[in-house]
Design a protein around this ligand. Sequence first.
Ligand code: NI
Length: 292
Amino acid sequence: MLYLCGFHEIFFVIKLNDGGCFLEKILTFLVLRFKNMIFDTHAHYDDEQFDIDREELLAAMKDGGIGNIVDVGASMASSERALELAHKYDFIYAAVGVHPSEVEEMDDSSIERLRELSKDEKCVAIGEIGLDYHWPDPSPELQKIWFKRQIQLARETGLPIIIHSRDAAQDTLEIMKSEHVEDIGGVVHCFSYSAEVAAECVKMGFYIGIGGVLTFKNARKMVEVAEKTPIEKIILETDCPYLAPEPYRGKRNNSLYLPNVVRKMAEVKNMSEEDVIRITEENARKMYGISR
Ligand code: NI
């Protein structure tokens, strides 16, 4: 059995003979305890696109350098499924919330149910919530109502929020300000706006979630956001099964493709891949309140 573990710049190679089972377990524990691994802060493994191979895929994460994953709810049903996954796998955590495109299903009883789900020890955030004006429905008015209600739920539960915002920068910033989200904290995930908008979010104490889009050939705006946002305010995400990085663009995404995003981030920030992994992992732990 060969162990490769990176303690910052130092690499140890420990070769064990077959009889070293106990020692092997201790070393596995130490490697996982101290090695910096990529933290996927936003994934949807509860999605039916993973029904065919979810177990094999999740079993391959550790060897692929992926540490923790937060499975993010996007509807009432997927919030429940996210928690089920979090209970099945120790390295998976859950966020519960309803995506702006799904808020037509919401009423007072859904807030009540989300409140119950949020009390689970593996629930680390309220999300994904926000505004999406890409499609005409649901109406912006309805989206705003449920965005605010779910922010209020986060305030009440003490959990950070995961914001989804598309084609709705101004209204999102307005609600973030009027709801004083700086007291709550969280991330604007799959960030798609300018570096100036990112700076405003960072000023409110928010992290910027960056994933596969950074590697796209036409990603100049995204590269600028990554350049100008301090690495201490960036977290990595897949948003899988969507938004696979190059060279997998257009295919089903999964966390094992994140090293491609790390490589691009290291290039853009002119820093080592190890530092990108270590700092973004620390940021994610801090935001979600997850200790090692
Ligand atoms: Ni998502």
